[in-house]
Design a protein around this ligand. Structure first.
Ligand code: PGA
Length: 250
């Protein structure tokens, strides 16, 4: 049995003040979340403060990115060991915004996955197609390529040490969610592709859906057999909305 996981990706949003209010709201209702592991991924500069505010709760901490190198002359970057100093258990790697705006390619994303894994941080590997690719019918090719880059570097069993997030790029921040069936099809494709090489890894790896998940559409999405939770952007900035998504994870 895979435990459901709901991770909030706050992106470049919030202030010290708004984050405190958000966390107060989440903490207040946390006991209504029975099944899901809850993760929040704040902007780097707030990680220390969020860690302090989450002390003694069941909420885990994640980062939105991580550098693939150990240490050194990488201005503006954050390493796995820095994240470990603040008990970050998760790191998002290969988010589509990192890929499209900051030019991260499959090889770099795979290196980030490897660095996080080596440090004992669970990478949340984001994969997904842009609208044009969906319309051309190449969604599975794109997702396979993104997945295979990690498998080629780390081996298929490494995937079980991380989490996969399927995020169709056309659904991110657009209010257009993939239908539960559309999402399930891609999730099943991912799990089957892994299963062809390792049944154990396929069974173990959590596959999250991301892209305009809200309290209202989460129950249907999360009821799909291969959807093990969600990676939540906009709706994770509202405590009540985020908690209702967490409650929907079964
Ligand atoms: P969204 O973002 O929920 O705002 O669509 C999801 C994500 O980018 O992880």
């Amino acid at each position: 049995m895979r435990q459901p996981l709901v991770a909030g990706n706050w992106k470049m949003n919030g202030s010290a003040e708004s984050i405190k209010l958000l966390l107060d709201g989440i903490k207040k209702s946390l006991d209504t979340v029975s099944k899901a592991e809850v993760v929040v991924c704040p902007p780097y500069v707030y990680i220390s403060e969020v860690q302090a505010q989450l002390a003694g709760t069941t909420v885990s901490l994640g980062s939105q990115n991580v550098n693939e190198h150990g240490a050194g002359a990488y201005t503006g970057e954050i390493s796995t060991s820095m994240l470990l100093d603040f008990q970050c258990r998760y790191a998002i790697v290969g988010h589509s915004e990192r890929r499209s705006i900051y030019g991260e390619d499959d090889a770099q994303v795979a290196a980030k996955f490897a660095a996080a894994r080596a440090a004992g941080i669970k990478p949340i590997l984001c994969v997904g197609e842009v609208l044009e690719e969906r319309e051309q019918g190449v969604t599975e090719d794109v997702v396979a390529r993104q997945l295979d880059a990690v498998i080629a570097l780390e081996g298929v069993d490494a995937l079980a040490d991380g989490v996969i997030a399927y995020e169709p790029v056309w659904a991110i921040g657009t209010g257009k969610t993939a239908s539960p069936e559309q999402a399930q099809d891609v999730h099943a494709f991912i799990r089957n592709r892994i299963a062809r090489q390792s049944a154990a890894a396929a069974e173990k790896v959590q596959i999250l859906y991301g892209g305009s998940v809200k309290g209202a559409n989460a129950p249907e999405l999360f009821s799909m057999p291969d959807i093990d939770g969600g990676l939540i952007g906009g709706a994770s900035l509202d405590a009540d909305e985020f908690i209702s998504i967490c409650q929907a994870a079964v």
